[in-house]
Design a binder for this molecule. Structure first.
Ligand SMILES: *[C@@H]1O[C@H](CO)[C@@H](O)[C@H](O)[C@H]1NC(C)=O
Ligand SMILES: *[C@@H]1O[C@H](CO)[C@@H](O)[C@H](O)[C@H]1NC(C)=O
Ligand SMILES: *[C@@H]1O[C@H](CO)[C@@H](O)[C@H](O)[C@H]1NC(C)=O
Ligand SMILES: *[C@@H]1O[C@H](CO)[C@@H](O)[C@H](O)[C@H]1NC(C)=O
Ligand SMILES: *[C@@H]1O[C@H](CO)[C@@H](O)[C@H](O)[C@H]1NC(C)=O
Ligand SMILES: *[C@@H]1O[C@H](CO)[C@@H](O)[C@H](O)[C@H]1NC(C)=O
Length: 221
């Protein structure tokens, strides 16, 4: 019994002593653990944030980067040249230039363009003008347009070098096309784009075709 009574208070004392130690240990452990927990979480969040930043940067510089729409003249032909008597030109003869133009949109967003203007020059004089209605080039798609330009023959007849050019059989002409539009990527990135295309070409009187076509394009974002 005595041993029992002696043992009894011992156990609580041992217990009592061990309690604060345990508590301190557990607190220490808890702090260590929570520190590690924080470090772990901070690391995780930082890593995630970094990955997110890299992903966004990659997207901005690749997919979401606004790229230049490419405008190209595939072919051009003149209608009505067969009705023209070169040795006796009638100014009321209707000549029409039909140009096949393609607008390639390399962006992941659609390119919405407004009215396009095309002017035809002969010796620096505007001899024809065409207006093409606006439209939309879908993402990564190419739109083909037929530009129809009515040639003002009366203006061509006023050009002094016409006689010499007719004798050589080749008329050097140039064209200027301007298309302005907007590239909009998920309503966040909006960019006004003006695409210009300058071409020089020669009209062959005998073959009634267009040859030696050289184009230069210019884009302003
Ligand atoms: C072209 O005009 C000239 C002079 O007027 C005329 O002699 C000739 O017959 C005409 N040619 C054609 C194909 O109409
Ligand atoms: C040229 O076109 C106009 C209007 O499109 C027309 O009135 C005229 O008769 C045409 N002229 C010729 C020679 O075809
Ligand atoms: C495009 O052309 C149409 C018809 O000519 C005109 O009503 C419209 O205002 C033009 N739009 C622009 C942006 O020039
Ligand atoms: C352009 O014209 C050509 C021939 O005149 C025709 O085959 C083609 O379908 C036209 N394209 C458009 C987009 O109108
Ligand atoms: C294209 O032609 C237009 C009109 O003739 C001119 O103002 C412009 O400077 C030319 N641009 C280029 C790149 O040749
Ligand atoms: C015009 O076209 C014809 C037939 O294609 C060709 O024989 C001739 O050489 C051309 N003229 C010039 C100046 O290139």
């Amino acid at each position: 019994m005595a041993s029992d009574e002696q043992e009894k208070p011992l156990a609580p004392t041992a217990y009592r002593i061990s309690v604060p130690e345990d508590r301190a240990m557990s607190m220490e452990l808890k702090r260590l653990y929570s520190n590690r927990y924080y470090v772990k979480w901070c690391g995780c969040i930082s890593a995630l944030f970094l990955i997110l930043v890299v992903v966004v940067l990659v997207l901005v510089f690749t997919v979401f980067r606004v790229k230049d729409p490419v405008i190209k003249m595939n072919s051009a032909k003149i209608e009505g040249l067969d009705r023209l008597n070169v040795s006796n030109i009638d100014p009321s003869t209707n000549l029409t230039v039909i140009a096949d133009v393609s607008v390639k949109n390399p962006n992941v967003a659609s390119f919405k363009y407004e009215n396009a203007t095309t002017r035809l020059f002969y010796d620096g004089v505007v001899v024809g003008e065409a207006r093409t209605p606006g439209g939309r080039a879908k993402a990564r798609r190419t739109v083909r347009l037929n530009l129809t330009i009515d040639v003002m023959l009366g203006k061509i007849l006023d050009v002094p070098r016409l006689g010499a050019d007719l004798r050589s059989g080749v008329l050097p002409v140039s064209s200027y096309t301007s298309i302005s539009g907007k590239v909009k990527i998920v309503n966040v990135i909006k960019r006004n784009v003006v695409v210009r295309l300058n071409c020089t070409m020669s009209v062959n009187i005998t073959s009634r075709g267009i040859q030696d076509q050289h184009c230069r394009r210019h884009v302003s974002l």
